[in-house]
Design a protein around this ligand. Structure first.
Ligand code: NAD
Ligand code: ZN
Length: 366
């Protein structure tokens, strides 16, 4: 159990363990005095909803399931409206609880619905992807997408409780596990060289789904994310460290497109982390040995290290996407760079021309 500061909200616990789905009732019954609505997607509902409802029923907690289509497309105004309408139809009141059972899509959508419903009701996160367990379920950000971009409409709304059951990851497609593993590696790269060493060695089996390795990796990741988030709830300073690999990665991901089968988010992040380390080495901030090690560990996890693995890119398009990112300030860029493994920092005012030269060295066309 990892306590997390809720900032303007109450602090909450992230419980990481195995077999938690069967024990949900015990954890949720003290919070849910009335009813619960489980918001999930159709894929996860088919695999895991029954175990959850059985556990709630056994603890005397009533529940209903609202399932949205699986996939990023459900983070829309239309789906948000449908979900809110269902909650109204069910007649949920302010003391009732929303439970998000699913990946980051469900967590973001259900969290926003909970933030808006009757000006905000409690919600519990039961993240079922590795990405959601180590990243999106912690920190209180909720959002939907609009045709103008991802995550542009949302709210800060902290969960009352997060239950990360390692066993549910057993049914997750391997590519999704690897993609989430990129965020785990990222946490080590940001601020914990010992954790990164462990991930590179003994813990490496987590990338292919080994539950014991995953359990430790999730625990340490949540500790790191909650420590960083706890320092500033609304993103001003250190929280930006969590964007390591994301400014480069987001540009690449956007250019490739978000279609199924294209680049997974974690793949873009892994590539982006390699680029951030290569850029840092080029600026004399970290050593070539650090870069080689980062690349070797990322490649060993089955994740891309080079832009060519993601496609062909054009320098000015990537720069425009990087600058269009929320991290941009004035004409210069804000990047997360590193003085070494486990020693990332926020670099403001990075010269765009330098980054352009770097991108061309990376094989991007001018
Ligand atoms: P996702 O929620 O779409 O899940 C990926 C796929 O795996 C889906 O098809 C889902 O049905 C399936 N799935 C989920 N759990 C499963 C299981 N246990 N077994 C089998 N299949 C399972 O995607 P994701 O990668 O979890 O999350 C991505 C989303 O998270 C993005 O929308 C992103 O913007 C958001 N995100 C939010 C934050 C935040 O702080 N709020 C942080 C990072 C990412
Ligand atoms: Zn990410």
């Amino acid at each position: 159990t990892i306590p997390v500061s809720g900032g303007a909200f109450a602090a909450y616990d992230v419980v990481v363990g195995r077999g938690l789905l069967a024990e949900v009732g015990k954890h949720v019954s003290p919070i849910a005095k009335g009813r619960t609505v489980i918001i999930t997607d159709q894929t996860v509902a088919a695999i895991h909803a029954e175990a959850l409802t059985a556990s709630l029923t056994a603890a005397g907690v009533r529940s209903e399931v609202v399932a949205v289509p699986a996939g990023e497309g459900s983070k829309s105004f239309a789906e948000l409206e449908r979900v809110l309408d269902r909650l109204l139809e069910i007649g949920l009141d302010r003391k009732d609880v929303v439970i998000a059972l699913g990946g980051g899509v469900v967590g973001d959508l259900a969290g926003l619905a909970a933030a808006l419903y009757m000006r905000g009701i409690d919600f519990v996160q039961i993240p079922t992807t590795l990405l959601a367990q180590v990243d999106s379920s912690v920190g209180g950000k909720t959002a939907i997408d609009t045709p103008r971009g991802k995550n542009l409409v949302g709210a800060f709304h902290q969960p009352r409780l997060v239950l990360a059951d390692i066993d549910v990851l057993a049914t997750l497609p391997e590519r999704q596990v690897r993609s989430g593993w990129a965020e785990v590696l990222k946490h080590g790269l940001i601020c914990d060289a010992d954790f990164f060493d462990w991930l590179a060695g003994e813990g490496a089996a987590g990338a292919s789904g080994d539950p014991a390795a995953l359990e430790h990796a999730v625990i340490r990741s949540v500790e790191i994310k909650s420590a960083v988030v706890g320092e500033d709830e609304k993103e001003a300073g250190r929280r930006a460290l969590l964007n390591l690999g994301h400014t480069f990665g987001h540009a690449v991901e956007t250019e490739v497109g978000f279609d199924e089968g294209a680049l997974a988010h974690g793949e873009a992040v892994a590539l982006g982390c390699c680029m951030a380390f290569r850029y840092s080495a080029r600026e004399g901030l970290c050593s070539a040995e650090d870069v080689a090690r980062v690349e070797a560990v990322i490649a060993a996890a089955g994740l891309p290290t080079r832009l060519a693995q993601a496609g062909a890119f054009e320098a000015d398009r990537l720069l425009a996407l990087m600058a269009g990112d929320k991290k941009a300030e004035g004409g210069a860029l804000t990047l997360i760079l590193a003085r070494g493994i486990g020693d990332a920092f926020v670099a403001k005012g990075v010269d765009t021309a330098k980054v352009r030269t770097f991108l061309i060295e990376e094989g991007v066309t001018s």
